[in-house]
Design a protein around this ligand. Structure first.
Ligand code: ATP
Length: 303
């Protein structure tokens, strides 16, 4: 079993009388890309602020690198690179000069600037002023800043927020490289399921301050795949056929059927049965196609 780099035990937090986190227990394995997924206001940033010691819960049941944040805060923080809210970059300075300011604060060797520029692929733009950078370049520069101290763990709050698809892909590729080539553990939050699914090795889904799911993408897919929507030209006959074969089916509309299955192999069997009987199958997809659907189905599972 891999060691947990971050472990929270029944983390709770309230702003005044208002509970924001209720019993959040997370286990983030070493060398994972851990996606922390949830809609706006679900408690992601609050959790991250607790992890970084920016706010404290009463119990403060947070362990990182095997130590409690109560007793080893500095030891822990020294091993973390964090990006939370938009970082303050000086637009009139070059990318290089921005990095140099942070480098001096961190007392890191100057040659590290070239190394981090190389990692985030900004070497050729290093001496342009930041005001000429695209949003994606600024975000990569911010990531370069978090890498200056060569931390083992990166904690990133919505690092792709506001980026266009190309910018999102750049950040995704960069995070995957940091994880695979440099063995960084990456904890990142997002409100986009599609975004997290493409890079996470592990994920947790938080909704209204509670963890609804924690596991790997395969396990999530299995849960999503239990209710399927099937599109075919003749749903009535398809329902009759599938019912005879003991599948739980019901009509949705004139060309869609809702199916309950036990896993991916049943989906393949259903497809095969329909095709063998001459049905044209246009599409089979999980009912929980969007994050909202997924929350609904997870809430049903947990109730
Ligand atoms: N300083 C604060 N005072 C009072 N309530 C707060 C404060 N900060 C956050 N909240 C509330 O706590 C809840 C969780 O907020 P949080 O920022 O952790 O969510 P989030 O999942 O990060 O969402 P977002 O993606 O919108 O930032 C929200 O309902 C928010 O309104």
């Amino acid at each position: 079993m891999s060691t947990a780099i971050i472990q929270t035990k029944q983390l709770t937090y309230s702003f005044g009388e208002r509970p924001v986190l209720s019993g959040v227990s997370l286990d983030v394995p070493a060398a994972s890309i851990f996606g922390f997924l949830g809609p706006n206001g679900s408690g992601k940033t609050t959790t991250i602020r607790l992890l970084l010691g920016l706010i404290r819960s009463r119990e403060n049941n947070i362990f990182m690198f095997g130590e409690s944040i109560k007793t080893h805060r500095l030891f822990i923080l020294r091993q973390i690179g964090a990006l939370i809210e938009s970082p303050s970059l000086y637009p009139h300075l070059s990318g290089y000069a921005n990095l140099d300011l942070t480098r001096q604060l961190l007392q890191v060797a100057k040659k590290r600037i070239d190394e981090v520029l190389e990692i985030v692929q900004l070497t050729s733009d290093a001496h342009r002023s930041v005001r000429e950078y695209s949003l994606g370049m600024k975000q990569r520069l911010s990531l370069a800043m978090t890498l200056l101290s060569d931390p083992d763990l990166l904690i990133l709050d919505e690092p792709t927020n506001g980026l266009d698809p190309a910018g999102i892909r750049d950040i995704r590729d960069l995070l995957i490289r940091l994880n695979k080539d440099l063995s960084k553990t990456i904890f990142l939050s997002s409100h986009l399921l599609s975004e997290i699914e493409k890079m996470a090795t592990h994920l947790a889904i938080i909704h209204q301050g509670r963890v609804l799911f924690q596991g790997n993408p395969g396990q999530l897919q299995q849960m999503q795949a239990t209710r399927l929507i099937l599109q075919t030209a003749d749903p009535e006959r398809a329902i009759a056929l599938l019912s005879r074969a003991n599948y739980a089916v019901q009509p949705i509309n004139s060309n869609q059927i809702l199916l309950s299955v036990e896993g991916p192999s049943q989906t393949a069997q259903i497809n095969q049965l329909l095709v063998q009987q001459g049905f044209e199958v246009y599409r089979i997809h999980p009912q929980a196609d969007t994050l909202e659907d997924l929350f609904l189905s997870l809430t049903n599972h947990t109730n």
